[in-house]
Write a protein that binds this ligand. Structure first.
Ligand SMILES: Cc1cc2nc3c(=O)[nH]c(=O)nc-3n(C[C@H](O)[C@H](O)[C@H](O)COP(=O)(O)O)c2cc1C
Length: 354
């Protein structure tokens, strides 16, 4: 299997499966001399962990991170940072029913066809449990970014969405409710929706908006490594993501250039920001903002037709502990992936111009 490493200079490699002994990662290229706030890293993991509220999977994992290298007396040493999160609450027997059956729209069929062998327990390597390692690395990257601020939040669940521009939202309210939506009235409706969906044994999709402030002008490496291309790759690498748009996104396709152009102020800032803070693949100093679309995840606790390894269509019913809507748990994952891209591109910027 290739493709377990992300980044060019600030590089994360992750390992582990959902029901193996542990998951973890190695961060190579983290600069020396960063005094780490280890509690802040654990807080980020707690925002992603299962069992945190009534609207997420009830798998109970403390997700405590153990550091093996690269940190001395709380300060990064510049050597690889190795870390492990032990799996402690696996219920592998819950997955016996998918040993020889491929769940529709999950990764069972493609993993089996590609590798001819798969750890079906909890989805194995295709499980979003892997993203806990990204959250650890992203939380370390955030501490390197200093004044760059990254805030992600739930902007829609099904057809319920925040009907306001992000500038009118108070980001300090994101953590005030279990769905992670800073607009309280919309948050209540979203939570009710997820509860209804959960009762039906179904799942529902949603979107996350991410806003990055205080980005210096100049991050991004044209032409193949444009900043938005890397952010897109980062977001599309998250499990269950089906869409990415930044700035005006797909709405821009309906506009005229005279409406869409961001006119300059004399200091180089722009009066509007439909460019989403990136032009020509390089940050222009305005806010970077993007939206990520998550599908309703595959495991529904209802009877559905599935395919088995003998090539027969069989009826199956999802079992085990699953997320009815992954969006609230994915908020810290989106922030982590954004932080990894920015840390990497800040380092790249230091070696690509004088
Ligand atoms: C935070 C998070 C939690 C998830 N929980 C589940 C789950 O409980 N059940 C499920 O079937 N898929 C879940 N997924 C999605 C699967 O990991 C994903 O759909 C699967 O690996 C197939 O990949 P794809 O949807 O990207 O094609 C979750 C995804 C995320 C980001």
């Amino acid at each position: 299997m290739a493709g377990n490493t992300f980044g060019k200079l600030f590089k994360l490699t992750t390992f582990g499966e959902s029901h193996g002994k542990a998951i973890g990662g190695i961060i190579d290229g983290c600069p020396a001399g960063i005094t780490l706030d280890l509690e802040a890293i654990q807080n980020e993991l707690d925002r992603r962990k299962p069992g945190q509220s009534k609207i997420v999977t009830q798998r109970k994992e403390p997700d405590t991170v153990d550091y093996y290298s690269g940190i001395f007396e709380g300060v990064t040493t510049g050597t690889p940072i190795g870390f492990v999160i032990h799996n402690t609450n696996q219920k592998s027997k819950d997955y016996g029913h998918i040993k020889d059956v491929y769940r529709p729209s999950h990764a069972d069929y493609t993993y089996d066809k590609k590798y001819g062998i798969r750890d079906y327990r909890g989805g194995g390597r295709s499980s979003a449990r892997e993203t806990a390692s990204r959250v650890v690395a992203g939380a370390i990257a955030k501490q390197f970014l200093s004044s760059i601020e990254i805030n992600a939040f739930t902007s829609s669940v099904g057809d319920i969405f925040i009907d306001k521009p992000y500038q009118d939202l108070d980001f300090s309210k994101i953590e005030s409710n279990i769905i992670r939506c800073p607009d309280e009235a919309t948050a209540k409706k979203m939570i009710t929706k997820v509860e209804e969906i959960k009762k039906q044994g179904d799942t529902i999709g949603g979107t996350i908006t991410c806003v990055i402030k205080n980005v210096p002008v100049g991050l991004g490496e044209p032409v193949f490594d444009k900043l938005h291309a890397e952010l897109g790759k980062a977001m599309l690498s998250i499990n269950a993501v089906k869409g990415f748009e930044y700035g005006s996104g797909f709405c821009g396709a309906k506009m005229k250039g005279s409406e869409h152009n961001d006119l300059f102020n004399a200091d180089g800032t722009t009066k509007t920001n439909l460019s989403g803070g990136i032009q020509g693949g390089i940050s222009n100093g305005m806010d970077i903002y993007f939206r990520v679309a998550f599908k309703p995840v595959a495991t529904v606790i209802q009877k559905q037709d599935a395919l088995n390894s003998a090539g027969e269509i069989v009826e199956m019913q999802g079992k085990g502990r699953h997320d009815p809507c992954v969006v609230p748990r994915a908020v810290p994952i989106v922030e982590a992936m954004a932080a990894l891209v920015l840390a990497d591109y800040l380092l790249l910027d230091r070696v690509t111009r004088l």
